[in-house]
Design a protein around this ligand. Structure first.
Ligand code: AKG
Ligand code: FE2
Length: 268
């Protein structure tokens, strides 16, 4: 690993996230934009795993090369989605993407090296939608449990839906988290167990953030735990095993050495 990659990996491990501006250009993203339209049209019938444009971005040279610079051995967690759901004021709250949400409780916390990652490529500009990403630095560590930040976060969470609290909620979220403004084509990678949320900075009626979200993991206990969680507890398994033409998805991953066996049954 060269020096620059070491610095980036260090930043990711220290803070829990890393940001890459301007990774994809208009041309790289034009096909995936069509997929968002297709998803809107097909609604629940839409399936990311058989959409060639999703597969192409997921296994694109740019993305895989960037990942491999940080992680010599990394696999796709069979968890990819086009995020375009509206975000509602006063209701969004910090969450983790891993299974064991409570700090220090459960197998995800048996060590502090949580190595399953969320990767987001944004398709919208945060300034034009008024919606950014907020991340609580270092919240992927077990030591986060006993911090003032975690206490404030729990109040932030409990005051969900209380309109009266909106002013204080905004104060709380800016006190505990880093605001990440992004442009189309930017990418963020974070430990899946870091607290984060889409956040409304300026309410602009009808705007939505659009993002390509995928998860990757390094081999080990966290990876198996995540696969079980996403495929069996969150029930993504049918979406992957039912389609007849799923081979193009599997083969594309294999070609880039980011394929890991799909556990058809729950293993842990
Ligand atoms: O709203 C965002 O920008 C983040 C989305 C997110 O947290 C997720 O898809 O897990
Ligand atoms: Fe998330």
């Amino acid at each position: 690993m060269d020096n620059n990659n070491k610095i980036e990996k260090n930043e990711l491990n220290e803070k829990g996230f890393i940001y890459f501006g301007n990774l994809f250009n208009e041309d790289d993203l034009k096909d995936i934009e069509k997929s968002f339209l297709l998803k809107e049209e097909e609604k629940q019938d839409y399936n990311e795993y058989v959409d060639l444009d999703v597969i192409n971005l997921l296994t694109s040279e740019k993305l895989v090369k960037k990942l491999n610079k940080l992680f010599p051995k990394i696999f796709h967690m069979h968890d990819v989605n086009l995020l375009d759901t509206p975000l509602l004021e006063n209701t969004y709250t910090f969450h983790r993407d891993n299974r064991d949400r409570r700090t220090g409780k459960g197998p995800d916390w048996i060590n502090d090296n949580y190595n399953v990652y969320t990767l987001i490529v944004y398709l919208t500009d945060s300034k034009s939608t008024g919606i950014s990403l907020r991340i609580i630095p270092k919240s992927h560590r077990t030591s986060y449990q006993k911090t003032l930040s975690n206490f404030i976060r729990s109040i932030f969470s409990a005051s969900r839906n209380l309109n009266l609290f909106n002013f204080f909620r905004k104060k709380m979220e800016s006190f505990i988290s880093e605001n990440i403004e992004y442009k189309k084509g930017d990418m963020v990678i974070f430990h899946a167990n870091v607290y984060h949320t889409g956040s409304i900075n300026k309410f602009i009626k009808g705007t939505r953030r659009k993002a390509f979200v995928a998860r990757f993991g390094e081999p080990g206990v966290h990876m198996s735990n995540y696969l079980n969680y996403i495929l069996h507890e969150r029930k993504l398994i049918d979406k992957i095993t039912k389609p007849k033409n799923i081979d193009q998805y599997i083969n594309a991953l294999k070609k880039k050495n980011i394929y890991t066996e799909i556990p058809v049954n729950k293993t842990v």
